[in-house]
Write a protein that binds this ligand. Structure first.
Ligand SMILES: [Zn+2]
Length: 100
């Protein structure tokens, strides 16, 4: 859902206030909250990194001839396949606690 631009919201990620911009998409936060542009970029970057790792795991599980094909795909297509594999349960994301 697109929100009108110029709306003052508080970022649910960093807590800074910001104004929505043209084309801002509602981020499914509580009323008066959203995700500011720098945080959205950070989340996207983190997402892409995670999907790149997932794509690498998929690549390693493929037969050599398919590995080459998979490697030749656009990064976004590889990420799309990785995201789908996680959604349909072929691939599982785990979180590991490191340090004390
Ligand atoms: Zn923020």
């Amino acid at each position: 859902m697109e929100v009108r631009s110029g709306l003052l919201l508080k970022c649910g990620c960093c807590g800074e206030s910001f104004r929505t911009w043209e084309g801002y998409i509602n981020q499914d936060q509580d009323d008066g909250y959203g995700i500011c542009e720098p945080c959205q970029a950070g989340i996207m970057e983190k997402y892409n990194t995670d999907m790149d790792v997932a794509a690498m795991v998929i690549e390693q599980s493929l037969k050599p001839e398919n590995q080459a094909k998979f490697r030749a795909m656009e990064p976004d297509d590889r990420r799309q396949i990785a995201a789908q594999a996680i959604l349909d349960g072929t691939l599982k994301m785990t979180f590991v606690k490191v340090g004390p």
